[in-house]
Design a protein around this ligand. Structure first.
Ligand code: TYM
Length: 336
């Protein structure tokens, strides 16, 4: 395991908790990749507080994220599952990277533009967030980062920062200071759209919960959301950009069945949208039910979860420390 390339990824413990888009765009691929990589799966709680969080809710959702990673198929005996805030080196490297990140780079981040458009008082953490995300990744000499489409721009910054740090502080060193990470974006499912507005991506923090299927939704809730999913009046089951609602449902089917979206469409040829929605709901319910049950079980066993989190944070800290001390030495800090 130690010789395998390193994989890092995480989900924010925010909004209504982990939802179908997070599962399909990210977590499902983590599970697939965990045999081939040395993996760190982080509950990125420091990112969550870039916007105001209710403390009891943050704590609950943080535990629930960790439980969900495991329930989705992450094996905590092989992979590290930990809280970002349990490894202070994330914040420390974030500062060092922030000082090497340009205002212009952060101003161009679309996620910042979207999120800051919503609020009045915008915390500076929301602005510098991509440097923290780069720190998460670079701290462990990560080779691959499996994420959904919306994180691509952040990953490009992480790559640029790794190259910049290497060139600025270790140009003559035998080994680069920081590994330049690659992004892994799945061919299907990297951008699951809202069920109530298929032109908008599905989000855990949407004001309209009808558009988002959460991991913890009951079977009945999932069924209802799919029944009400917005489609169109063309009454044709095909994969087309003119039919974003239908395309989204076929994409969801495709991720679960492993068939192409076109094959999923062909299997429903001549049927109406009610059948398309019903079949999609069925597949999602069958997929999420065992996960949800496992999350409930794990949430009832905090002693177990605390054990996994502690063990993982200790292992992650030891690894993070190596990078932090090399970076600090290269930048000119007096060694301890
Ligand atoms: P977050 O919490 O918004 O989302 C977690 C993961 O889910 C993916 N995702 C989606 N995939 C498909 N369709 C969607 N509608 C959809 N919505 C979200 C995201 O692309 C992501 O992979 N900044 C990150 C968290 C983070 C991180 C990191 C990720 C912090 N540090 C280091 C990787 C590595 C975020 O806000 O993800």
């Amino acid at each position: 395991m130690a010789s395998q390339p390193i994989l890092f990824s995480g989900v924010q413990p925010t909004g209504g908790g982990i939802m179908l888009g997070n599962y399909m765009g990210a977590i499902r691929n983590w599970v697939k990749l965990q045999d081939s990589y040395n993996c760190l799966f982080c509950v990125v709680d420091l990112h969550a507080v870039t916007v105001r969080q209710e403390p009891a809710r943050l704590r609950e959702l943080s535990y629930r994220n960790a439980a969900s990673y495991i329930a989705c198929g992450i094996d905590p005996e092989r992979s590290l599952v930990f809280m970002q805030s349990h490894v202070p080196a994330h914040a420390e490297l974030a500062w060092l990277l922030t000082c090497n990140t340009w205002m212009g780079e952060l101003s161009r981040m679309t996620q910042f533009k979207d999120k800051s458009a919503k609020g009045e008082n915008i915390g500076t953490g929301l602005f510098t967030y991509p440097s923290l995300m780069a720190a998460d990744i670079l701290l462990y000499q990560t080779k691959i980062v499996p994420v959904g489409q919306d994180q691509k721009q952040h990953l490009e910054l992480a790559r640029d920062l790794a190259i910049r740090m290497n060139n600025t502080y270790a140009a003559k060193a035998k080994e680069p200071l920081l590994t330049v990470p690659d992004v892994y974006i799945p061919p299907v499912g990297a951008r699951i759209m809202s069920l109530s507005d298929p032109l908008k991506k599905m989000s855990k923090s949407d004001d309209d919960p009808a558009g988002t299927v959460f991991l913890m939704d009951t079977d009945a809730e999932i069924e209802k959301k799919f029944k009400r999913a917005v489609t169109d009046s063309m009454n044709r089951i095909a994969v087309s950009d003119e039919q974003p609602g239908v395309k989204n449902l076929l994409t969801i089917q495709s991720v679960i069945t492993g068939e192409s979206p076109e094959a999923c469409a062909a299997a429903l040829e001549g049927q109406g949208y009610a059948k398309l929605k019903g079949r999609t709901a069925e597949l999602v319910i069958e997929t999420l039910r065992p996960i949800r049950e496992k999350v409930h079980q794990l949430m009832d066993d905090k002693t177990y979860l605390d054990g996994v989190l502690k063990r993982s944070a200790e292992a992650a800290s030891a690894r993070a420390e190596k990078t932090i001390s090399r970076v600090k030495e290269a930048m000119g800090f007096v060694t301890r």
